[in-house]
Design a protein around this ligand. Sequence first.
Ligand code: EPZ
Length: 420
Amino acid sequence: MDRIRIRGGRRLSGRIAIGGAKNAALPLMAAAILTDGTLALENTPDLADIATLARLLETLGVRVEREGRVTRLTCASVASTEAPYDLVRKMRASVLVLGPLVARERVARVSLPGGCAIGARPVDLHLKGLEAMGARIELAEGYVEARAPDGLRGAEIVFPFVSVGATENLLMAATLARGTTVLKNAAREPEVEDLANCLVAMGARIEGIGSDHLVVHGTDRLAGATHPILPDRIETGTYAMAAAITGGDVELTGTRIGLLEATVASMREAGISVEPTAEGFRVSRSCLIHGTDVMTEPYPGFATDLQAQMMALLAVAEGASMITETIFENRFMHVPELRRMGANINLHGSSAMVRGVARLTGAPVMATDLRASVSLVIAGLAAAGETMVNRVYHLDRGYERLEAKLAACGADIERLKETA
Ligand code: EPZ
């Protein structure tokens, strides 16, 4: 398995281009099932998770053609309504094909995703929503079987708590349902908004886009469309923190501050300068990092997908910070590894008390999920000596050319290819 070696202590300076959002691209690709026309997605990132979903869609009968940054998906007819275990287990987001398949084919059999490194992550809200829309749901042999022989019908669905994936799945399903669907307490993440805008371009009728109250008037048919995928706010925030921890000065281009206001507010509170530019924004730091408290929340709150990276940054702050995770029950796997690098962090249930230290030290480390892994890269950039990050495949799921982007700004970072 490849590894990434970082020799810490270099200040980052330069520009980093941000790609299209992974977590927008995945539901957008699944939306191709809703039409026999061609959905052209511009600004598609080149990531392992995108390739995994493309493979799944191909088994369902979607033609996937990639040309540079544009991915064209055409589902002239659905060849299979089954998402097999072997593909779903690689990536939970595969469950996003469920709503579109039932909406178009009135039947779907999708492997239940298991728990994962960051928690149990059930899909009960996806299933209850489809049931409310008239689908019969059965669980057998590790699969969800959904049937709606007369087609889905509109329903009022009130989410007990915010779920990005359930909102996306039901939003897609509702576009082809008979009548009106109301989604209350819907997720407001920019990726949900991006999906809704694309569905509208395909002919869907959706009101309340960007709010937590979505009203979808079902229609018989959607058409193809061309849609630019929005910038990846998590990639943006990750590089912002990488620049900050090194006391650097980096312009992030192809992105916008407005996508991560809560993160920017926390970074400013920590003493980091964040200023908009014509092409994105610039992050720099010339004073010590101040300890600051952070709590993850659904959008527009501080993103859980940036919690680990913020913790790496605050590990070298002056003073203490309390970081509270409210979205996932087990999203602190980076803590023991950061501790091995000299961080002073104590866990109390869903909160981490981070007491800043003057300097981290390099170490061999590994993590079991994408954002935890990248937090170790951030820590390594500021640590004295060498950090070796193992299990790099996690990084490849969500960061395109990570080491090249950081090296271009002066980081001493290198991918060591596995030798057989
Ligand atoms: C999306 O996951 C993202 N993935 C995650 O990004 C992100 O961390 C998460 O939203 C929260 O922002 C994609 O967009 C592909 P949820 P999702 O449904 O949709 C519980 C990354 O690093 N829940 O909003 O799966 C769930 O267990 C990834 O890029 C239920 O209990 O998240 C969690 O505690 C990781 N029942 C909470 O809700 C359900 O039916 C929020 O999950 C659904 C969710």
